[in-house]
Every structure is written in C-alpha cells, then in structure tokens.
Design a binder for this molecule. Sequence first.
Ligand code: FAD
Length: 390
Amino acid sequence: MAISPAEILGLPKPAWVSDDVAMVYDTAHRFLSAEIAPRYEEFEKAECFDRESWLKAGEAGLLCASMPEEYGGSGGTFAHESAIIEAIGHVGVEGFGIPPHNSIVAPYILAYGSEEQKRKWLPAMARGELIGAIAMTEPGAGSDLQGVKTRAERDGNQYRINGSKTFITNGQLANLVIVVTKTDPSQGAKGVSLIVVETDEVDGFRRGRNLDKIGLKSNDTSELFFEDMRVPTANLLGSEEGQGFVQLMQQLPQERLQIGTAAIAMIERALGLTIDYVKERKAFGKAILEFQNTQFKLAELKTEATVGRVFYNDCVARHISGGLDPATASMAKYWLTDLQGKVVDECLQLHGGYGYMNEYPIARMYRDARVQRIYGGTNEIMKLLIARSL
Ligand SMILES: Cc1cc2nc3c(=O)[nH]c(=O)nc-3n(C[C@H](O)[C@H](O)[C@H](O)COP(=O)(O)OP(=O)(O)OC[C@H]3O[C@@H](n4cnc5c(N)ncnc54)[C@H](O)[C@@H]3O)c2cc1C
C-alpha cells in the first residue's frame, strides 16, 4: 500500500481524504509506479509521452476522475483529482499531462458544454482517446490574456479561425484543444470566446515545435497554428459568444489550486528522499544528518512543508464545498510554488555533488519545479490578484 500524502509529514488524515479518495490515491500510485515510472526515462528522452500510456491511464480510471459517471467519468470531486496529482508527484512522473486534462479541460466542458458536447467529448477523454489541452497563451499575450489576437469569424455554421498559440501543455498529443479566441475584437474582454477544436477533424490546424524546455522534459509543450481553420459553430463553449473571459475567471481558481497540489506533492517527495539520503551519506566519520546544520535545515523545511500542507488541505476542503475564493487560490499557487522552489533547492544542497547529477531524482525535481512559479499565471500576477482583495 502506498503511503498516503499526509503520512509523509506525519499529519492526521484530513477530512477531505475519504476512503474512496484514499483508494484513488492508492490506485494511481500503483498504476504510475508499475506502468509509467519504468518508462519515464524513455519519455524524458523522447520529450513526449505516448498515446498508449493515456489509454492505459483511462483503463485504470485515472482520467476524468471528477466527471459524472453518466459522461464516462468516475463521479468524484476535486479531492479525487488531488489524489491523482499527488500520486504523480510522489511517484515522480510530473511530465504526465493528466492534471490539465482532468482538472482544467474537462471541467470547462462540464461547466459550459451543451448536453451534446458533454456526451461527445467527456467519455472519449475519460478513455484517453481524446487528450485535452487549453490554449490561452500567444507569442504576444501571456499574463495579459485580454491581448489575445487569435480571431474567430463566423461564416455560416462555421468559425474561421486564424492565429497562433505557444507554450501549450500536451500540445503535440492533444486532439481536443480549447482555444481562447476573439469573436469580437472591438469588445475587449467581452469579445473573448472559448472554442473547442477537435484537431483530428479540421483543416488548417498545424502543430509547431515541441519546445525545448529546461525541465518537465517528458511533457510536450508546443506551438499551435491556425490558418483559416474551420470549426463548427456548435463547438462554441457556452450559449453565446463573448462569455470566454468570465468562463476563464470562474475556472482559474481550480487551475491555480492544482498547481499548488503538484507543489506540495513534490515538496513531500523531496523531503522524504533527502531525509533518507542524509541518514546514509557520511562525512567526517558520521552521517550528514548528525551535523546540526543538516538538522536545522531539515527542521525548517519540515515545518514549512507542514504549514503548506495544512493550508493546502484547508484550500481543498473549501474548494470542494464551493467556498474557495480567487484570492486564496492565488495564495495557494504563489506560496506553495515558491516554497517548492526553496525546499527543492535546499534539499539539492544537502545532496552535495550528487544532487547535481541527473541520476539522482532531486536533480530533475530542481529543473521541473522552476516552471511552477511561471505557468497558470505567474506568481507576480497572483500577488496582483491577492492585492485586489486587500
Ligand atoms: C512549461 C509551460 C507550460 C505552459 N502551459 C500552458 C498551457 O497549457 N496553456 C496556456 O495557455 N499557457 C501555458 N503556458 C504559458 C504560461 O501560462 C505563461 O508563460 C505565463 O502566463 C506568463 O506569460 P508570458 O510567458 O507571456 O510572460 P509575460 O506576461 O511576458 O511576463 C514576463 C514577466 O513580467 C511579469 N509581469 C507581467 N505582467 C505583470 C504585471 N502586471 N505586474 C508585474 N509583473 C508582471 C511576469 O510575472 C513575468 O515575470 C505554459 C508555460 C510554460 C513555460
């Protein structure tokens, strides 16, 4: 049986970890350890996962865990998604792009999709046949989302879409992409609409480079190009155009919280591995752990990790009862990812030269952690959002 997230820090199990959430964590941990971890180096080298892993994850019940059963999901809540993301972090296979698929893309379809859209897309996403991505960022518009230029013009019962996106997670594999477009550029935020593109079925869709990143190598992050791409108007999310910005604002708290999930999971793994390492490694005739500096550093990190986990647990409990406000979700994203960077850096230091060697997991964690402070809205943007609540 896998260790439950809370056990790593010796905390009592929070109320949101019900028996079935613990079971999902266990299933995910076992599946990822048996099926994904042994092939992870291969995916890191290929800079992409394969479709087979997605189909297997679907069979194991790890996709669309929080979607209703009638749409092929497992009928869970964000607590179940958290269990899966935590298992990904604890096993150390962060490049598997399940979190945006499950906790961002599918929820948009559930929240704003028509009955027909939900029946068409969600079951295929739950099986791993459709892989989801969300395409907001453009070469000229990242933090300032209102600056998107991708244009969707109505032409009969189709949209003609022109523009480009960059840094899109799952961008090489995704075949269901929610594209942030301008349907009316004269309307500012009110002219933004979300349109679902089934990439296997459209002309004018092109994938650009699989971008060369410093970390999260096994996750494909891409450019996407739309050149007179024709998409049925029936693929608009929401009952009318112009709702995109509000839809994004409503969903962003969950996107931010799940980045916090990945952060706390990596913090716990880094601490666990480092405590084991300093007990084994010897210098000056004793274990590194016996030096007071090591003890103080790890005491500080364990304290901060505990504060982070308790705050995280509170955010999840609030989110599943519908009470997580955007400012607190931004706090979780900003504070937990900053802490992740600090913990991983200090843990690497305690590994000495071995920490800089790729054969030690802490080295990869150091590279993988960095982006957490950037995507999902940079930590500076999080502070702007928090400041609005002052
Ligand atoms: C690996 C990876 C995966 C990603 N996945 C996705 C994805 O799946 N879908 C997607 O749409 N996007 C994705 N992104 C894009 C990501 O969300 C953006 O990179 C991020 O929002 C920042 O935008 P930018 O890169 O244009 O930076 P900029 O907006 O140019 O920011 C540059 C710097 O200026 C700061 N800054 C900007 N505005 C302000 C301000 N008002 N006040 C103070 N400081 C400010 C920023 O904090 C940052 O430090 C991904 C990025 C990466 C690296």
